[in-house]
Design a protein around this ligand. Structure first.
Ligand SMILES: Nc1ncnc2c1ncn2[C@@H]1O[C@H](COP(=O)(O)OP(=O)(O)O)[C@@H](O)[C@H]1O
Ligand SMILES: [Mg+2]
Length: 397
């Protein structure tokens, strides 16, 4: 097989490439040359294969139509399919690859094919793989194209490993968090209710009133934190099914503004909207996008200054484009980069005073991702911030 030899020669170069793959360095294409000195090739090949078989991650080299050229020992161990069966077969060979939605995948729908078509490295966090004996495992895989000296994609090298256990632990963590959160919510409801009742009972006793107010406020804060954690863990575990309905944006914006009004009035922040009147509906989940808008407007008000302003704008441009901008305290570039990390809050006296969980933006990002949208953030310290995203319109994302 000429192509196989072209790829396996010079072996040392490919080996270098494989190393880059396992270290996730993609900048350099892997050069493949076609000079042929059989003696050296045989020797280098033996060396190369010895190294490959020692690598702990599964390595698979295929040509551009998915025919397997190389299958190392770790690949054999992970899949329990021996190299003689796999080499020469077209991916997935005797194995069965299953999508998140349960559909069976052929080569055309693998990351390998995507890497070959795009000419770039592509990763997948977890693909389900069914062995011949019916056992199922999750594999994480990164595929990178291999180019010849002219730059044309000749083949694809993939590195994969069994992530079943990690996925299981992840799922257990999510379930644990959600169970604990549920258990915490119930007693908190009682604490709030009794604190409120006591406020009515004790009359004008100032100190007692003050303490009860603290109890109530803290209980409200904890409830909000727990709700955020619960919502996030639900979304992460895929238990939230976002709808795909045709939704008008304007009422959701109006609701978000209405929710923020008391806080805005208290902190002397003006709220404004500018939604173009003939805006077509977007496709998505009304509750989800409501949460996104409410969170962003709430932040705009919270991280603002007296006399400041928050504006929600929406217009049509490649979808329903939404912008929530404020004239508030803004953020450093580093803070912008860290937005969306669980529990991340800027460490400043202004932020601390405002109170919050550091989960709002995480939620916003997750919800938008489910809509095929990305949260863009622009911010300047002391001047304000703008948050933008585009919602899909018409039939499907
Ligand atoms: N509009 C904004 N202006 C300035 N800082 C912001 C803004 N929105 C978010 N931040 C910063 O990002 C952090 C994370 O926001 P978020 O996830 O909504 O959490 P929370 O509001 O509960 O603190 C905030 O604590 C704040 O430091
Ligand atoms: Mg917030």
């Amino acid at each position: 097989m000429g192509l196989a030899r072209a790829i396996l020669h010079p072996l040392s170069l490919l080996l270098g490439g494989t190393e880059q793959v396992s270290q996730r360095r993609w900048e350099q294409p892997i050069p493949v040359t076609s000079t042929n000195e059989v003696g050296t090739v045989t020797h280098e090949r033996a060396q190369f294969e010895a190294v490959l078989s020692g690598i702990g991650e599964g390595i698979c080299v295929t040509d551009t139509v998915g025919r397997v050229l190389m299958w190392n020992r770790a690949a054999e161990q992970i899949t329990r399919v021996p190299a003689p069966v796999m080499v020469g077969a077209v991916i997935p060979g005797p194995l069965c690859l299953v999508d998140g939605d349960g559909a069976v995948k052929d080569f055309a729908r693998t990351v390998m094919k995507r890497a070959i078509d795009s000419g770039e490295a592509v990763s997948t966090a977890a693909t389900k793989l069914m062995r011949l004996d019916g056992s199922v495992l999750s594999i994480g895989m990164t595929s990178a194209p291999i180019r010849d000296h002219a730059g044309a994609v000749q083949a694809c090298v993939s590195v994969f490993r069994d992530v079943t256990r990690e996925r299981d632990i992840d799922r257990m963590k999510t379930e644990f968090v959600s169970a604990v959160s549920h258990e915490l919510r119930t007693p908190l409801t009682s604490i709030r209710a009794y604190a409120e009742t006591l406020q009515d009972l004790v009359g004008d006793e100032a100190t007692v009133q003050e303490f009860l107010k603290v109890i109530e406020e803290e209980a409200v804060r904890l409830t909000r934190l727990i709700n955020d954690v619960l919502n996030l863990s639900r979304i992460e575990s895929g238990r939230v099914r976002f709808k795909e309905e045709s939704i008008a944006l304007a009422p959701l914006v109006a609701r978000a503004i209405q929710t923020a009004e008391p806080k805005a009035a208290m902190s002397n922040v003006r709220l404004a909207t500018d939604v173009v009147p003939d805006l077509p509906p977007f496709r998505g989940d009304a509750d989800g996008i409501q949460q996104v808008l409410t969170n962003l407007v709430d932040n705009g008000v919270k991280y603002n200054r007296p006399g400041g302003r928050v504006e929600v704008r929406a217009w049509l441009n490649g979808g329903v484009r939404v912008e929530v901008r404020d004239t508030g305290i803004g953020m450093s570039l580093d803070a912008v980069r860290r937005l969306g990390e669980r529990f991340f809050r800027v460490d400043s006296s202004e932020t601390r005073r405002a109170g919050g969980t550091g989960l709002g933006i995480s939620l916003v990002k997750e919800i938008l991702q489910a809509h095929g949208a990305v949260l863009e953030v622009e911010s300047a310290e002391g001047r304000g911030s703008a948050f933008r995203f585009v919602l899909p319109v018409g039939g499907g994302a």
